[in-house]
Design a protein. Structure first.
Length: 194
């Protein structure tokens, strides 16, 4: 009898997990969420569940500008430093047709997105982790996201951008876990119904 470590993935496939902060009205502008230590700890745990991060160019450049070490003294609260060290050290893959090179422990992903991500998923390990807006839309279209986490913040932003605008077909999800934070934010993890 063949037994898999995870009930949906063969042991040779790494799951691709997606996480995003979003307001109650659907805004996913990173400046609109609440910021606290518990939410950053959740982000560290997400990154630690993966062998590598998968970013599009915009998210990669934004994260690098914010979190590349060393930061200048006093640039952020001390409780953010564990996250900064975690993301700084993580292996990164960057999907971009416009960048000529990347560093920050990163390598470029070029060519057919579906084939490239399937190759990354076939490597052994804990998984891949992605964030952002445009790349996850393309990954959802291709059916490559194995877990979605929406960290919903108790705020109405009144503007966009919004998640998955332009998705060509609906994706039905099944709730697998829910975690409430002291700030009132709620992290909900879903798996696609297949």
């Amino acid at each position: 009898m063949l037994v898999y470590r995870h009930r949906r993935y063969p042991s040779v496939m790494r799951p691709l997990r997606y996480s995003i902060n979003v307001t109650l009205d659907g805004c996913c502008d990173h400046r609109e969420g609440t910021v606290d230590e518990d939410l950053f700890q959740n982000a560290i745990e997400n990154i630690n569940r993966a062998d590598a991060l998968l970013f599009g160019r915009v998210t990669y450049e934004m994260m690098e500008a914010a979190w590349r070490q060393p930061a200048r003294a006093g640039a952020r609260p001390e409780w953010m430093e564990p996250f900064a060290r975690t993301i700084d050290a993580a292996k990164k893959y960057v999907v971009s047709s416009t960048l000529d090179r990347v560093d920050w422990n990163a390598e470029l992903v070029r060519g057919d997105l579906g084939n490239a991500v399937q190759q990354l998923k076939r490597k052994s390990g804990k998984g891949l982790f992605t964030g952002g807006v445009k790349l996850p839309l393309a990954l959802a279209e291709l059916g490559l996201i194995d877990e979605y986490e929406f960290v919903v913040h108790p705020r109405l932003a009144g503007h966009g951008p919004t998640l998955f605008a332009g998705l060509s077909k609906h994706v039905d999800l099944r709730l697998v876990s829910r975690l409430e934070f002291g700030s009132g934010a709620v992290a909900m993890r879903y798996e696609p119904k297949r």
